[in-house]
Design a binder for this molecule. Sequence first.
Ligand code: LER
Ligand code: MN
Length: 267
Amino acid sequence: MKTAVTLCRVTEAATGPFVFHDKLPLGFAKAVQHGFTAVELFLPDADAVSIDEIKQLQAQHSLEIAAIGTGAGMVKHGLSLTDADPAARKKALDFILALVDFGAEFSAPAILGSMQGKYGGLVGKEQALTYLAESLRIIGCHAKARGVTFLYEPLNRYETNLLNTIGDAAAFIQSRQLDNIKILADLFHMNIEEKSLELAIADNIEAIGHIHFADSNRRAIGFGHTDRIPLLLLLHQLQYQGYLSAEILPLPSAEEAAAQFILSTQL
Ligand code: LER
Ligand code: MN
């Protein structure tokens, strides 16, 4: 199974679910030491790190780039695709498109998580879902032209009130006829929202492009109460080809979280 570890360079996300917060050369070195296939990058914006620097680190360490997070648009700049203000929505869209371009340099999809925002106030639910679909249509098309997919991540109810389950996200993508959008299945959110992790995955495997492989308490699996064996057996049986990515808390320490994560991906 392909594995990725999160490298975060966003100071506002210092307490977030990311394993390593070191400068990238050290983060890449630690990813290799622990035996990861790839890194998942969480950066302040598309201009924060040069493409050449990432390409050089990739070549030096033989690591893939699994995905690019866009959440800094929310945590740093307060941007969301469902903002009531059209100028703010446009800024959010441009922020994401720039990260799609950045990721495409490494064949890596970008992710829409917290930048999907929430409905409320001046924006009702239907209107917010329409804003979300309009943006995903533009982003999916933009990403396709650059040879990458785009990942949409349903979040738990405490982070968004738009789409909380994998099934609802898959139905939304299908009913709105959104092309080139895959679902990011984050087991932490799913542990809150789904009846069964395995059923949600099995029912929607064709739509799932990436997995945040986290335990119920957002630590590495084995540090909470998720049973990894049925999950791994199912993913093997379904011939899941995407990444299992360590978007997890660096607890009890980043090193121990990374080591446990690698163990947790093995049958
Ligand atoms: C992002 O991948 C995620 O899972 C969100 O919880 C971030 O807010
Ligand atoms: Mn996630």
